[in-house]
Every structure is written in structure tokens, then in C-alpha cells.
Design a protein around this ligand. Structure first.
Ligand code: GLN
Length: 243
């Protein structure tokens, strides 16, 4: 099922978006700052976003990107990654998702997509899937796309799920973070930017066109984090921040 290919209505965008983002997150007509490092894509037209739809909270991501005017595809087979600017790995259950990813060939296809310049964003279980290291689970399969070490379910039983107002680099004003049995980011490598910190730990990070967030921006009813990721993927975000 494809989204209607209408451009985003600029008046529906949050007023606090950074200039480049509010100028058109789904409009790829602007020349990227570093075109040579980006995958081939049509010079104009809506951003093309995939949402890995094997398991977990993928529908909410699809709806958020559609509200931003992107063309969104639910990805269930590796061939459906072709031509995408970026793909989201949603929240869910990371061991189940790892098994399904291996069964369908995404354990190879996603690293290949990433190596070819495609953007990847892991949320919650997806952040576990993209990490280099999973503390205490050395044998849990992972894609190893971002230089991070994470600990699963590491916010403790009493506060397994909670919400908190976050400062996010590039988003003026607070952003409501919804944490559901979230992993904790224990370590970030050199070259990984921290976009948001909660309780002393990074909760959103980025490395090139790859992003990981341990909370669920698709559940906050605020599409500004999706807009930031989209800007990163289509090259309208300069130096990680644009305000
Ligand atoms: N605790 C889950 C895991 O390990 C992730 C939870 C989520 O994605 N909301 O895998």
C-alpha cells in the first residue's frame, strides 16, 4: 500500500522546525552538501523511506513519515530496499527481530544498504539491532552499523516504561520521549554524535546518515524527530544541526 503522493502541506509542519527542514523535508530538489557521498537518487520528488515491517511498531513510523510528505514503503523483503533514501528499524523485541532479519536475509541486505550510503534509523529494539555491541548478549545477532554499546531493558523494572521531556539537538524546545523497556546506551564511539541525553546517558545518537534512538519518537505525536532524520537522509541537514 502506497502513500498518496501529495506534497506535505507546509502549514501542517511544526513551527519550530529548523529552517532547512521546514523548507521541505520531503523535497529532495535541493543539492546535497556532499553529493558524492550520497546514493544515487532522483534529483527531485519526495524522499523515499522504508519501514522494516517484520515485527514491532512500524505503522506509526509509516504514518509519521507520510505526514511529512515522504513516499513510504513497508519493507518485508531485501529487494524492497532498492531506491530508498533510508530505512527505519522499529521498536519491538530485538531477539525476535534478529531472527526474522536473518530468516529474510536482512542481516546481509541492511549492512549492504548502509555501506552503499543508505540511511538507517533504529528505534528502541532497532537501536539494539544497529549497535556494535549488546552488553551481556555477545551472541545476539546484530547489524553493527553504529559504534555503540547498549544494554537491553536497562532502565530497571520500576521504570521500565516512562516518558520524559528531552532536549534534542536540532529540535527547539522539549521533545517528549516515550521509553518502553528501553535499552541504555553505555558507550558511543568516536565520530558518534549525541543528539539527546537523559539521566546522564545518550538516548539519541547519530553517525553519518545512521541514527539510533532508544525512545519512540513515533509514539509522541510530534513528527519533528522524523523530520530531522529525513533531513539527514536527503542531505538538507548541515553539520547535524541547522539552527
Ligand atoms: N526490550 C526490547 C528488546 O530487547 C526493546 C523494547 C522496545 O523496542 N520497545 O529487545
Amino acid at each position: 500500500m502506497r502513500a498518496p503522493e501529495e506534497p506535505a502541506n507546509p502549514s501542517s509542519r511544526p513551527p519550530t522546525l529548523p529552517a532547512e527542514v521546514s523548507a521541505g523535508p520531503a523535497d529532495a530538489s535541493a543539492e546535497p552538501a556532499d553529493a558524492s557521498a550520497r546514493p544515487a537518487r532522483a534529483p527531485a520528488g519526495p524522499a523515499r523511506v522504508g519501514v522494516l515491517a517484520l515485527q514491532g511498531a512500524f505503522r506509526e513510523h509509516r504514518l509519521a513519515f507520510e505526514r511529512l510528505g515522504a513516499e513510504v514503503r513497508e519493507v518485508r523483503k531485501p529487494a524492497q530496499l532498492d531506491g530508498l533514501d533510508g530505512v527505519v528499524i522499529p521498536g519491538g523485541e530485538s531477539t525476535t527481530m534478529a531472527k526474522l532479519m536473518a530468516a529474510y536475509g536482512f542481516d546481509r541486505a541492511l549492512p549492504a544498504f548502509h555501506a552503499a550510503g543508505g540511511g538507517v534509523w533504529g528505534t528502541c529494539a532497532g537501536a539494539i539491532a544497529v549497535a556494535f555491541e549488546i552488553d551481556g548478549y555477545p551472541d545476539q545477532p546484530r547489524l553493527a552499523l553504529l559504534d555503540l554499546a547498549v544494554a537491553r531493558n536497562a532502565y530497571g523494572r520500576q521504570v521500565a516504561s516512562f516518558e520524559a521531556d528531552l532536549d534534542v539537538l536540532g529540535i527547539p524546545g522539549p521533545f517528549r520521549g516515550v521509553f518502553i523497556r528501553a535499552p541504555r546506551i553505555l558507550r558511543v564511539g568516536e565520530g558518534v554524535e549525541t543528539l539527546s541525553v537523559y539521566d546522564g546517558d545518550p538516548v539519541a545518537v547519530a553517525q553519518g546518515r545512521s541514527v539510533a534512538s532508544v525512545f519512540h519518537p513515533e509514539l509522541s505525536g510530534d513528527d519533528r524527530f522524523h523530520a530531522l532524520v529525513l533531513a539527514r537522509w536527503i542531505g538538507t541537514l548541515q553539520n547535524g544541526v541547522d539552527s
